[in-house]
Write a protein that binds this ligand. Sequence first.
Ligand SMILES: [Zn+2]
Length: 306
Amino acid sequence: MGITVCIEAMQERNGFVHTKSLLKRLLRIGDIVIENAEIEASNNNEDMLIIKVRPLSRNRQRCPKCGKRCQGYDSTHKLRRWRSLDFGSYRVYIEAFAPRIECPEHGVLVAKVPWARHDSDYTYDFETAVTWLTLHTTAQDVAEYFRIKWHTVGSIAQRVQKSLEDEQESRFDNLVKIGIDETSYKKGHKYMTVIVNHETGHLIWAKKGHGKEILSDFFNILTPEQRANIKFVTADGARWIAECVKDFCPNAERCIDPFHVVAWANDSLDEVRKQAVRKAKNEAAEGKTVERTKKKTIPSFRNMLY
Ligand SMILES: [Zn+2]
């Protein structure tokens, strides 16, 4: 049986941050009120930090599926815990009441909470971290690192994937300025096409391969209204990108991104430098006295900028 030690809240004075404010910032969850925090020893002698919270009143009694405010279904206040990202070696749990609501459309459900997906015992941040690491290492390693069961890794990744798919339509709404690029992986042997939304800075689409066919797959997902909404497209000078943009977004303005402009300028300066070296060598061979041309006499355009 665990022991419980209450963390006293510090007074906000002399520049110290109030403990509750600090916890709220560390959790990165808006729309909640921190009520208290306790350190609790688990049966296997691992300390856990239990943070007791409640949603702001405007976020209570909402349906987890449609988000609408609904009537409460029962008055039983059942406490529930959600695992959050660890603070150092401490496992962190968010604890709150989990009342049920009755949605006219979706029936009786546990009310939505601002920190976790419906039917999940893990916070958004925890599930995002698990899913990200799953893309880079084995499920066994992820399970050990996060101290969760092996099969939990799979169910979290599936839940995040489904959530992303459900959000797909809104991800492509209101696109105005997008960036298209291709990036290599597997030491430059394979390529991937990526699309970003310049206004949010978010990656919105990616697919293995490159070329007009791959890029067309992206534009084909969009509705005609979503394509018409795109006004600016940044990319390098590849002809297949220009053709694709012209076909699908004829009214969008194509912009060359600064990275490629700098790269092209650098390449041009390199060519001028090579010509100067060749000319100097030829003149030397003809017996003319020339000053040796060093590579550094024409500085890199990139170096001049940064
Ligand atoms: Zn509903």
